[in-house]
Write a new protein. Sequence first.
Length: 156
Amino acid sequence: MEKPTIVIRPAGAGDVGTIAEFNVALCRETEGRELDPATVTEGVRRFVSEPARGRYFVALIGAEVAGQTAHTFEWSDWRNGEIWWIQSVYVHPRHRGKGVFRALLARVRELGEQDPECCGIRLYMERDNRTARQSYLSLGFRETGYEVLELLFAGE
């Protein structure tokens, strides 16, 4: 089977609904939880309209959004540079196995390597998601000694 042509572009206001829908599906698939679609939609809208928060990218196959990812910024005083965190990775089920995430990551990596402030890329994933782990390791990520902990406020 021939790989489709995948076009990566920054997300815009017209992508907010699709990204929010994908994020709700992502949470359902990876955590077995239902998110409030209105809250997610507003969060995506704010993210897309406020570039200081980060950037979303969408992968197109033809005119259809096949997948997405975002990255946010974390300042590392240890490295005197920004670490870009990959977030909200989702590929629509009918487009999995076609290289969609590989193309999204390649674009983010290219931008990171061109940005003198960026010193690396990190991501987090559900601990038991073996498919994602294998995919990320095959793309050059390596495991670290860090664990992610959180302290959430208001409703989580």
